[in-house]
Design a protein around this ligand. Structure first.
Ligand code: MG
Ligand code: MG
Length: 236
């Protein structure tokens, strides 16, 4: 899973460097797919439940599961990129939200807080703790800054399958649910909205958007719970 995680991180880094005004998410999708082919890795999302692309590309008020398209990105946009792959029977899954050109300070804060809430969740992923400690840590951090967490989509166990038990919501009270044990591998993925927490899915059956049209950010890491604490697998 370290190998898979490392590859996912490298692809996201490659895409991050490409993001700028004028670039399309379709181009980013092709780049990610090409890299998978080069490494003989298989994109995790393409074909998953019928999802047609290698990356999920969700700009601005899109929350998750957006389709890459040929609409050029504009300065001031933000873009969430979710990407996963499978190599040697194991999955890696990670997401980042990146600024396009220059973004306003409120949006900058949304990105910072969402990433921070992910790392608060990761810090709570220690042996002897409970699953909901992660959920609670994410929620507390996001709401402390006046943002709201999405309820409809969750983090998950990951390993030989992309989505395994347990589900990991981004909200809840601490101290309940299964005990965290050494060797567990999970994907923690807060989706944080600038406005209301509500989301709806568009007619394509996939793209989730905020109900109030305000912006949303998404950060995700695949991690392993070890005796030395949480180890982030999808980090360079
Ligand atoms: Mg993901
Ligand atoms: Mg995931």
């Amino acid at each position: 899973m370290r190998t898979a995680g490392r590859m996912v991180a490298e692809v996201l880094q490659l895409l991050r460097e490409k993001v700028q005004p004028g670039v399309t998410t379709f181009e980013l999708d092709q780049l990610a797919e090409k890299q998978c082919i080069k490494w003989k890795a298989k994109p995790a999302f393409k074909g998953y439940g019928g999802f047609p692309f290698t990356i999920c590309a969700s700009p601005n008020d899109r929350v998750v599961h957006g389709f890459p398209d040929r609409e050029p990105l504009q300065s001031g946009d933000i873009l969430s990129i979710d990407f996963g792959l499978i190599i040697d029977s194991f999955y890696g899954d990670s997401a980042i939200t990146v600024p396009v050109g220059k973004i306003d300070s409120k949006t900058e804060q949304l990105l910072m807080v969402t990433n921070d809430s992910l790392h608060c969740g990761i810090a709570a992923a220690v042996t002897g703790g409970h699953l909901s400690d992660i959920s609670n840590a994410v929620q507390i951090r996001a709401e402390k800054s006046g943002f709201s967490v999405v309820r409809e989509f969750v983090g998950h166990g990951i390993g030989r399958r992309l989505h395994e038990d347990p589900q990991i919501p981004n909200y809840g009270v601490a101290g309940v649910g299964p005990k965290l044990k050494e060797g567990m591998t999970i994907a923690i993925e807060p989706m944080v909205n600038a406005g209301l927490s509500g989301v709806k899915v568009l007619e394509d059956g996939w793209t989730a958007v905020t109900v109030d049209g305000k912006r949303s950010a998404h950060f995700e890491h695949t991690i392993a719970i070890t005796e030395n604490g949480p180890e982030i697998l999808t980090r360079l």
